[in-house]
Design a protein around this ligand. Structure first.
Ligand code: NAD
Ligand code: MG
Length: 407
């Protein structure tokens, strides 16, 4: 008997027009790889910080209406190159241009894949204007989770998580929760199990961690990612940020989220139900899987990722996290419990500390010192507006820079 499953390709989703913020990064290029496999997506705009060479190539392949760069000079260079190549793409630059391409009425879907705090305002603009927002930029939720989710509720925006763990949780939630109706406990969800690979230093002797180099920290065992998130994975601050991200995204109390180390990165996270059932989402560690899921949701499309062979996979292990080895994870979890100003300041201090480590100015083990020192110096208050979030962010950055300079 011929299987119905294998003989029928997934039915094609409706045509969608997409802006990719951070198109030249790891998530951005994976997004364009998935888009290129399907005819019903058209690219409205692409953005990059400064990589004009790659953005030029992407503009010629995807023919967006707009390309956006951070700086005027780089934009002029790209504009001339595009004219020379006969392209119709218009080049814009700066923060207002990012907001424009994220909120333009012609756009259905926004992939928010800028790294760090720079991604907040354009991602928020997409949420405020009711887009389908594919959220990779976890920092925007960590900085401004409550305001961000409120904006989405008010505008009717759909926030689809791209972080593989949150995408996995989303896939394991009951359907009404996916559409943000009803509370999770009322739908039988007991807790969320957030998996973490443990990064490159899971088994490195703790006393050697002070001497690790940026190159070693950026060499993740399972994932190929940008440098900032790679260092975050090595300190496990990435899981701390994801812990906060999960609380805001799914409206969970911190006690309902448990971090589990799973070094193989095959189970991408799990949801435990009141009856003892645990649902997991598994797949190859390839960002094209969550990206394709979110692009097509609620349908399914091909992603280009390898299919998983569990028979050939290594043994799957699950361990409790060691908070002494990974103080950044403990700091992230504490900030989630504290709420209010704490996640915003944690994120800012972490960005400063990671940049200083990547520049060779501080040691790997200085990163948590800078973050805890910053949090201790900022007066706690509840951020009630984006202006206040930006003020807290700037204040925390200044304190973190001072601490880093004094080390
Ligand atoms: P990346 O460093 O590879 O790419 C970042 C992108 O943002 C680039 O296109 C860059 O040009 C742009 N950018 C950087 N600074 C900017 C600025 N100041 N203004 C405007 N644009 C700027 O990063 P990535 O690994 O693709 O990560 C992007 C986001 O996705 C991060 O928030 C990260 O935490 C999240 N994420 C990444 C992965 C992954 O596998 N790489 C997985 C989960 C979540
Ligand atoms: Mg992740």
């Amino acid at each position: 008997m011929k299987s119905q499953l294998s003989s029928q390709p997934p039915s094609p989703p409706l045509a969608q027009t997409i802006t990719v913020l951070g198109a030249t990064g790891s998530v951005g290029t994976s997004t364009l790889d998935v888009i290129a496999r399907h005819e019903h997506f058209s690219v409205y705009a692409l953005s990059a910080h400064s990589n004009t060479a790659l953005l030029l190539q992407q503009c010629l392949q995807f023919r967006p209406v707009y390309a956006v760069l951070s700086d005027e000079h780089a934009a002029e260079t790209l504009r001339l190159q595009l004219i020379k190549a006969g392209s119709q793409t218009e080049v814009l630059w700066g923060a207002d241009a990012l907001t424009k391409i994220a909120s333009d009425p012609a756009v259905d879907v926004v992939m928010a894949a800028i790294v760090g705090a720079a991604g907040l305002l354009p991602a928020l603009a997409a949420a405020e204007s009711g887009k389908k927002v594919l959220l990779a930029n976890k920092e925007s939720l960590v900085m401004a989770g409550e305001l961000f989710m409120q904006a989405a509720v008010q505008s009717g925006a759909v926030i689809l998580p791209i972080d593989s763990e949150h995408n996995a949780i989303f896939q394991c939630l009951p359907a009404p929760a996916q559409s943000r109706r009803g509370n999770l406990a009322g739908q039988g969800v007991r807790k969320v199990l957030l998996t973490a690979s443990g990064g490159p230093f899971l088994h490195t002797p703790v006393e050697q961690l002070h001497a690790v180099t940026p190159a070693q920290a950026c060499k993740h065992p399972n994932w190929d990612m940008g440098r900032k998130i790679s260092v975050d994975s090595a300190t496990m601050m990435n899981k701390g940020l994801e812990f906060i991200e999960a609380c805001y995204l799914f409206d969970l109390a911190p006690d309902a989220v448990e971090v589990v180390i799973h070094p193989q990165s095959i189970v991408h996270s799990m949801v435990e139900y009141a009856d003892g059932s645990v649902l997991a989402q598994l797949g190859s560690p390839d960002m094209r899987v969550p990206i394709a899921h979110a692009l097509a949701w609620p349908q399914r499309i091909e992603s280009g990722a390898d299919f998983l062979s569990l028979v050939k996979s290594p043994d799957l292990q699950f361990l409790a996290p060691d908070l002494v080895r990974f103080p950044c994870l403990a700091l992230g979890m504490e900030a989630a419990r504290e709420g209010g100003f704490a996640p915003t300041c944690l994120n800012a201090a972490n960005e400063i500390a990671v940049a200083a480590f990547l520049e060779g100015q501080i040691r790997f083990t200085d990163i948590p010192q800078i973050i805890s020192g910053t949090l201790a110096q900022i007066t706690c208050r509840q951020p009630v507006s984006i202006a206040m979030i930006q003020q807290l962010d700037a204040e925390a950055r200044a304190v973190a820079c001072d601490i880093a300079a004094g080390l």
